[in-house]
Structures are given as C-alpha cells and as structure tokens.
Design a protein around this ligand. Structure first.
Ligand code: BG6
Length: 465
C-alpha cells in the first residue's frame, strides 16, 4: 500500500460532507465530529465543508445541530470550523467551483458521501472527472472518500460501482463504512481470538457445535418506507453487518495484524459461505406503512442457515437471524460448543456457550456447567462467567467517532474492501434467488418472529441460545 497515505497527516484536512442537510449528517456525523473536535482539539487541523443544494448561510446551517449537540462554548467554537457551501454535486460545473475552492487551500481532503446510494455512481464519476480524486499536492496531502452502505443492490450493481470508483480512486483511498466494524465488542473479537490461545485452539468443527448470530430489533422501519421497501432485512443488515461479524469470527489467523492480511482472510472466508436454508418473514402491518407498496413481499425478517465450506468449519451449522419489530432489541454472537459426552454428573447437560455481547450488554459471557452447592451427590447446573466493558473501561467512543478517526489516520482495518463486498453479494444473490418471489410469513409485532424458525433450528437439533 501507499505508505504516504498511512502517515498521520500534519497538514490541514478539508472534511467535505455531501448531503450535509440529511438525516445521517444530523444524527450521527456532526455529533461525532463535534466529540472528536473536543477530544482531539481539531481546531487548526480540520475544516468542515457542508454541502447541500439549498442556499443558506453557514450560521443558519449550523443552527440545525442545536438539538443534537449540547450548548457550550466548545460548540460555538466547533460551529466556527463549519462552512456551508451550496452545491448541486450532480452538476459538473458546480463541482468545478468546489475544486477551485479546495485547490486554493491545498489541504488533504476527505469526501463523505452521506447521500442516497442510488446517486453514488454519478457523484463519484463527477468527482473523478473534475479531478477531485487527487489533491493539488500529492506528496504531502491525500484525498479519501467515505461511502455508506448499501454498496450496490446486488452483485452486478456492486461490481459496476466498484469499477467506477476504482477507475479514479485507489483502494487505499476508499473507506466503505459498515458501522458494525466500529463497535468495540466487534473489534474485540480479533483480540479475543488472536491474543489468547485458550479458545483459538478449539475454534473449529471438532469442538464447535454451531454458531448463532442475532441482530434483533424491537423497532420498525422508522419512516424509511421508501428505502426499506427496496432493500429489506437481507440487504439492510444481513449482507453487511451480519456477514462482516461472521467473517471476523470464523476467518483464519492473518499473517500480521495489518489491513491487507486481515481483508484477505475475511475475503477467503466470505467466498466459502454456502447457503442452506432461509425463513422469510414480514411483520403484521408492514404493507400499510408510509411509502411501502400495499402488496409488498419485502422481508422485514430473515433466519438464514449457512455452512462454511472449509476443513476448519466442516458441517458446522451457522444460523443468522435478524428482523424488525421483534419482542426485544438484542445483538449477540453465540458460539455453541459440542456437548461433553461423558455423563459423570447428575443434572443439566447443556452445551457450553461463548457469547459475544454487542447490545444491550457489551462484553463476553461464557455459559458453563458448575456444581450445585448441596450436601447431596455431585450435581451440575448452568452457571455463567461474564466480562462487562463497564467494569473495566470508562465510556466507550461511538462507532462513527472511531471510524472517522481511522479514516483521518489512514487505517483501513475496519472498512471493507471491494472483493469482500462482492463476495458477500454472491451469497446474498443466491439467497435472493430463493426467496425473492416467496410470500413472506407474517408475524405479529413484538413477537419472536415466524414460528417456523424454531423448526429450522430443530432440523439441526440446535437450541435457542
Ligand atoms: C443500519 C440499518 O445499517 O443498522 C438499520 O440500516 C438498523 O435498519 C441498524 O436498524 C442497526 O444498527 P445498530 O447499531 O442500531 O444495531
């Protein structure tokens, strides 16, 4: 990789936000930039250029953050580094004006595309054709681009998008965001596995019975009818968040803890995923949501069974479940170990389960069997050992803060490479082919989802963890 791009820059950075008047910028980006500004004293280093179509002054623009950023003198100072720049970024002439402005400062640049993914191809092509993929001084400054998911809507469109972006930007300039990769408990899977020997030695089909990943949500589509009805659970959450977590959990050890080795191993893993079965669900009342087609077959829930076609994970069932309007909000990964065949003790004989807790608890839990403290014969029951972040560390940084800092510092471990995206789509396309035209199973709001999921688990004699 180009090491120049990795050095923490001493130059100033123009942080250019496309779609600065949108929801993402309002709720996530600006509050995260403000926190970074406070923590890292960005004052002299970062200038934020907020791009939107409507004409307004910078003073008017920043007022919109009064509800997401608490009032303080620091906020007033932060507002001073924000400049609003009216610009229709689908128009080449307007982008040329942006280029002139940026060239005059000759700083490093980070373009954050907080815009609908549908217009990525046009905006990226325009950036490239006016030369904004380069800086005016390529030796001491850099130009990077951050994109939000979904990256394409299937394999074909993601390939096209990758082609467009890679024709002007190098891979080490592209930061594809999956905010799950900015979550501390997800990042900790690397260290849990590769800094300790205890579990890595039993991380295979000899010892692991099955793996279950759940991203369960108790809220609905929250006014995003138009987006969701053309997306669905498989593309919105499974293709990215779930598969990224699975790849980190099951990939082989990278040669070094360096982005390209890690991405290589994740990619190899993604390529070996095999689709086995899927339950498609839709919550009751979904088709009456605003901007949702009344006869929509879109899934708001999926339970997918996979396998990994390699020696390490031979025949280990992988079960991934995600959905909206379920009875709880919980994200966790369970690695269910094989049962101890010796039956020396009375009482339970449940599997040991290692859980990575991502939400609402953050930490790791190990479910074991332990002796019941009685006078009677030895008898065992379920016990658990729990590591909670809050017992060891203070407040954690938000995913966006961490990912933004990574990008500023040129660190790409927590971003996805083009081939990873494409290989995730290969799998998702094969699932889509199976379920696209299927009528979804309707489940009541605030329930556990379709009852059929239990049958899917039982097929492999898996139990709900
Ligand atoms: C987003 C999806 O990527 O992830 C949302 O678009 C989903 O539909 C969200 O609610 C879940 O993220 P988190 O961090 O709240 O679990």
């Amino acid at each position: 990789m180009n090491k120049d791009c990795k050095k923490e820059t001493q130059s100033t950075i123009d942080f250019i936000i496309f779609g600065a008047t949108g929801d993402l910028a309002h709720k996530k980006l600006f509050p995260s930039l403000f926190n970074l500004y406070k923590d890292f004293k960005f004052k002299e280093k970062i200038k934020i250029l907020a791009l939107g179509r409507s004409p307004q002054s910078s003073e008017e623009f920043v007022k919109r953050f009064d509800d997401t950023i608490a009032q303080s003198t620091q906020r007033d100072d932060f507002y001073k580094i924000i400049e609003y720049f009216p610009c229709d970024f689908t128009n080449i002439d307007e982008l040329k004006k942006l280029k002139d402005k940026l060239d005059a400062a000759c700083a490093s640049r980070i373009f954050y595309l907080a815009i609908p993914p549908l217009i990525y191809p046009d905006v990226i092509s325009n950036l490239e054709s006016v030369g904004l993929n380069k800086t005016c001084d390529t030796h001491s400054t850099f130009s990077r681009v951050i994109l939000e998911k979904p990256f394409g809507e299937d394999l074909e469109s993601s390939k096209k998008l990758n082609k467009i972006i890679l024709s002007g930007f190098q891979e080490n300039q592209i930061y594809r965001i999956d905010h799950y990769l900015g979550k501390e408990p997800v990042q900790n899977i690397f260290s849990f596995r590769f800094a300790n020997n205890t579990f890595e030695n039993i991380w295979d089909c000899k010892y692991v019975d099955n793996i279950q990943i759940r991203i369960l949500e108790d809220m609905g589509i929250e006014g995003r009818g138009e987006f969701y009805d053309s997306t669905g659970a498989l593309v919105d959450v499974f293709q990215n968040h779930a598969l990224q977590m699975l790849s980190i959990l099951t990939m082989d050890k990278p040669k070094e803890f360096e982005e390209n080795y890690i991405r290589e191993e994740k990619n190899t893993l993604l390529k070996s995923l095999v689709f086995k079965d899927c339950i498609k669900g839709q919550y009751e009342g979904y088709t009456s949501e605003d901007k949702v087609s009344p006869d929509s077959k879109r899934e708001t829930y999926v339970a997918v069974k996979l396998e990994i076609a390699n020696e390490r994970w031979d025949k280990v069932p992988i079960f991934i479940e995600t959905g909206k309007y379920l009875n709880e909000r919980r994200t966790e990964i369970s690695v269910v170990m094989k049962k101890n065949k010796d039956k020396l003790f009375k009482g339970n004989s449940n599997n040991n389960v290692l859980k990575f807790l991502i939400y609402p608890d953050l930490g790791i839990e190990l479910k074991l069997l332990g002796k019941v403290p009685t006078f009677s014969n030895y008898e065992v029951t379920d016990i658990d050992m729990k590591y909670k972040y809050s017992n060891f560390f203070g407040e954690l940084k938000s995913e966006y803060e961490k990912l933004l800092i990574d990008c500023i510092q040129g660190e790409q471990i927590n971003f996805t490479r083009s081939d990873e995206i494409e290989n995730a789509w290969v799998l998702v396309d094969s699932i889509q082919k199976e379920i696209k035209d299927k009528t979804p199973i309707i489940y009541p709001k605030s329930s556990k989802g379709p009852k059929e999921t239990i049958a899917l688990l039982k097929k492999d004699t898996l139990y709900w963890v």
